[in-house]
Design a protein around this ligand. Structure first.
Ligand code: CUK
Ligand code: CUA
Length: 643
């Protein structure tokens, strides 16, 4: 096993970080660094199942992929913020409202982070939450159906990066804005950019999660105009608090790579959310105008609806002095992570050559003693040394994200020096380091951000791939790497390509959900307004220039399969009900010339494809999913006559 050289540079500048991306503080050829019996340790025999589900963000594809560990096999792609021709998400009439926003239909976003629901700080894996950065949104997926069930837009936010991070019992999903922006109505927002310091503010949104997972935007805090990067909730003893990494505390609005890196230290912002919640309950909120979409999937109809909301509750800013504290943290921290006990808060300054670790106990004492070193925009700054547990000295370059194994160890990704560093949370001593190929972003240990990690495997999600796979032109699949972390030394077992650009991922034991999977939707429960229960009820109904086709599909025919009487310019709605009541028997539906995708209809469900024929003629339609020996016969004809 080759160990690559670790660069020992203490004075790190933005230029070095940029260089790390472009040319690489990394070896030019990698070869294989895996241990000898790696193959047998990741081998999941045919017919056997993986031990963990890994829910992986897709970055700029706006999707989530579901990967089995340790095999690295992709099990499913779930569309979240991006339309998905494979199953008609964002194309079918039922799913289009899911992608509605205050800007209209937005069928794309940039999905960075995953949060799996927890109870008492441990994964319960009922839901997965995900963020859309670009048009700020939070989505919730049901992990028994692997469907996106709900999306809520976040007003007064831009670049929704610091989300979705959840509190210990999934009371709230939290969303912090990356870009400070003017707050208020569209008219209020038309201000000169160089009034940044006066007019631009950060926001932190608290999305309440109900017992059935239903989300609602409970309240917002308006903060100084910094940029939030990542955040974590406290747990155990620090339950009730939230920690956000911030950068650009200079509040620059131009040339951020220089101007936002001036200060020696930025901050971790500590938020006492329990207190904020108390104030809100006591009526200390102000309702302000805000326009945002709230989209939900109805279970009985499998139809999404979108509601445009008009107001948001903001906590009176005068009360924030008891709620928000700033802890100095070197230098442009990217990640903030809380250890399984809730005592240690790790700040990873991507331009720093050390990792500061803060103690929650000391932080509370400093607040009690008013051990402050000044104010930031009216909020107390805690004295750095008073909150500090200690630092991991010279761990490597470009620390980003930290996860935990539940045995007192932390693992930090090092973007610039392209490695993972394992260290002891108490003693802060570096215990092991291993190269990653190349330039790691996030890393994920099953249960790693929770109170109960399963410290057996760790996956690195790398930004650069280069020579790891057969070359495929200018763009290569991003590369994930699986390590065994059960022993003293991290051992590389497997490389596997990923879908899109993974940022964060979470993994949990398969036993949590694998026996709870929904296999069919019961046809008798289908309350879709255009359901057709039985081929005998299949029919075509005209309503003005709208033509509703009540269609059924069952192996291996559609009813009706010959349709006449449609005219050029009609809006034709194919409402296809899949009558199957067997697991894993979807049918597809597509028709020649339709400028939409196919629809893929799950057993017992109804989906609608809308089509406006532009010319007369005969148009074949067919099933797109190979469903039986007579799948090829599963087709029909539609005749279009001149208007
Ligand atoms: S970010 Cu991508 S590597 Cu958006 Cu969590 Cu750190
Ligand atoms: Cu139904 Cu192929």
């Amino acid at each position: 096993m080759k160990i690559k050289q670790v660069f020992r540079i203490t004075a790190v500048s933005a230029a070095i970080v940029a260089m790390g991306m472009a040319t690489g503080c990394r070896p030019q050829t990698s070869g294989s660094q895996s241990v000898g019996d790696a193959a047998s340790r990741v081998y999941v025999a045919p017919g056997e199942h993986d031990e963990f589900y890994n829910i992986v963000s897709g970055g700029f594809n706006g999707q989530i992929s579901v990967v089995g560990l340790p095999s690295g096999r992709v099990l499913k792609i779930v569309p979240v913020f991006s339309a998905h021709p494979e199953n008609g998400y964002g194309f079918s009439e039922e799913s289009k409202p899911m992608l509605n926003t205050s800007h209209g239909y937005v069928p794309w976003d940039d999905l960075h982070h995953i949060a799996i629901s927890t109870t008492n700080g441990e994964h319960d894996a009922r839901w997965a939450f995900a963020n859309g950065n670009n048009t700020p949104r939070i989505a919730r997926l049901n992990l028994n159906t692997f469907e996106t069930e709900e999306i809520i837009e976040i007003p007064n936010s831009a670049g929704n990066h610091s989300s979705p991070f959840i509190t210990e019992n999934t009371e709230y999903v939290i969303a912090g804005t990356r870009f400070s922006v003017p707050i208020g109505t569209d008219e209020d927002n038309d201000v000169s950019i160089d009034t940044y310091k006066k007019n631009f503010r950060g926001t932190v949104s608290f999305i309440k999660v109900g017992n059935q997972g239903d989300m609602s935007l409970a309240f917002q805090l308006v903060t100084p105009g910094v940029n939030f990067d990542l955040s974590r909730a406290g747990k155990g003893k620090s339950h009730g608090w939230f920690f956000f990494s911030t950068y650009n505390t200079e509040q620059a609005h131009t040339l951020l790579e220089v101007n936002a890196s001036q200060r020696d230290k930025d901050f971790i912002m500590a938020v006492n959310w329990k207190k904020a919640e108390e104030y809100i309950k006591a009526g200390e909120g102000n309702l302000v105008k805000a326009r945002y979409a709230h989209n939900k999937l109805d279970h009985n109809t499998h139809t999404a609806s979108s509601t445009m909301m008009e107001e948001v509750l903001q906590l009176d800013p005068k009360l924030l002095k008891d709620i928000i504290y700033f802890i100095p943290c070197p230098k442009s921290p990217h990640g903030t992570d809380v250890d399984p006990t809730g005592e240690y808060i790790v700040g990873s300054g991507k331009l720093a050559a050390l990792i500061p670790v803060f103690s929650f106990t000391k932080l509370m004492k400093a607040i009690e003693d008013k051990d402050f070193e000044g104010e930031y925009d009216g909020h107390p700054i805690i004295r750095y040394e008073s909150a500090l547990h200690g630092v991991v000295d010279k761990p490597g370059l470009g620390p980003l994200h930290t996860e935990f194994d539940g045995r007192g160890n932390a693992y930090t990704s090092m973007f610039v020096s392209s490695e993972i560093v394992k260290w002891d949370i108490e003693t802060l001593e570096v215990l092991d380091r291993t190269p990653t190929f190349y330039s790691i972003g996030h890393l994920s240990i099953p249960g790693g951000p929770t109170a109960k990690p399963h410290g057996k495997y760790m996956v690195a999600y790398n930004k650069i791939t280069k020579d790891r796979y057969l070359p495929t032109g200018p763009e290569l699949a991003h590369s994930a790497q699986l390590f065994d972390i059960s022993g003293d030394k991290m051992q590389l077992l497997l490389d596997f390509p990923t879908i899109g650009e993974p940022h964060y991922a979470e993994a949990f034991p398969a036993t949590l959900i694998k026996d709870k999977q929904v296999k069919i939707y019961r046809i008798e429960d289908n309350n879709h307004p255009y359901v057709t229960k039985g081929a005998g009820n299949a029919r075509v109904e005209r309503d003005g220039n709208k033509v509703h086709v009540y269609m059924t599909s069952i192996r291996s025919h559609f009813a009706p399969d010959n349709i006449e009487g449609v005219k050029v310019g009609d809006d034709v709605y194919f409402h296809v009900t899949n009558l199957e009541q067997d697991w894993d028997v979807p049918h597809g539906f597509a028709i020649k010339g339709a400028n939409t995708a196919e629809i893929l209809i799950m057993p017992g469900a109804t989906q609608t494809l809308k089509w406006t024929p532009d010319r007369p003629g005969i148009f074949p339609f067919y099933c797109t999913d190979f469903c039986s020996a007579l799948h090829q016969e599963m087709s029909g004809y539609l005749r279009v006559s001149p208007a």
